[in-house]
Each structure stands twice: as C-alpha cells, then as structure tokens.
Write a protein that binds this ligand. Sequence first.
Ligand SMILES: [Ca+2]
Length: 166
Amino acid sequence: MHRHSHLYLTLPIICMALGFFISMTRYSGANSSYCPRQMQPGSNLHLISSCVFPGAYDGVDGGNLVVEAGATLTIQEGQSLVRNLGQSITINGTIVIIGTGRIIQTNLWCVDGDQDEWCYNFTSMVAQDLQPPGYTRLSQAMSPLVPDCNDAAYSSTNMCGGVVYY
Ligand SMILES: [Ca+2]
C-alpha cells in the first residue's frame, strides 16, 4: 500500500520531467550553439560549425551567407532566416528547416532607440524592406557585434560613463 502511493506520486513527476526534457530538446534542435555574427557591417558570414541563430528574425544583412561543409544551420520552428535581395546563401554543408521556419528575402533591422547607429542588441531584430522608426540596418550599424552601452543616450563612440565600448 505504501509502495503504491509512492509510485502514484513519483510517476507523474517523472513524466512531467521527461516531457519537459523532450520539449526542450525539440526546441533547441540538434545544434544548440548560436551562430557567430558578421565580423564587420555587411561582411560575408561563413558558418564553419553547426549552429542556430538566436533571434526570431535573424541572419545576414549586406553580405552573403555560406554554410561550410560539415556544418548544419538549423532554422528553428517559427524562425525567419533573412538575406537581402542580391545576396546569396551558399550551402556546402546542410540547412535544416524545422516546421514553420523559413528563409525570406528582405532587410534586417536592429533596435536603435537613440539613432546613434549602435544597436541595443542583436536578438530582437525585425525583418522588412523599409526602415521602421527606432531601428537601424544591421549592415549600417557601427558594429554587428557590440551592443549600445546606453540606447537612450546618443553617442557616436558608444561612450558610457567616460568609457568607450568598442
Ligand atoms: Ca543606439
């Protein structure tokens, strides 16, 4: 009797934990490491190892994307991989598209509240042809790697508290 009640309590917990683990594994896919960013604004991006982009709208702006041999780029459920009109995606490795993931042709814009061309971050970008208010083209940002140290205070040198953040 005691053993049964113990089982009834622990079995649902094990099932919940297993379900959570499976859903996390499915969401992150086989490749859980994030893809690198373009090193310079508008430069080409070569993916040399398997990865996923972190943003719902993510990819390359102003440059070409190359998935090198041996690397798998996974486009996640609901995610849009962006490339510009006139730019290419070369697949020497593999691209895996999960469910409603897709590849779209438009421009990538990052949040730039103070319009100093330093982006607030690179994970909440939007994808559309024309500039939304408060956004800067990723390829025209001062850096596609370094975020704005204060996106509410215009600084062309990304200076916060007397320190220059490059
Ligand atoms: Ca800014």
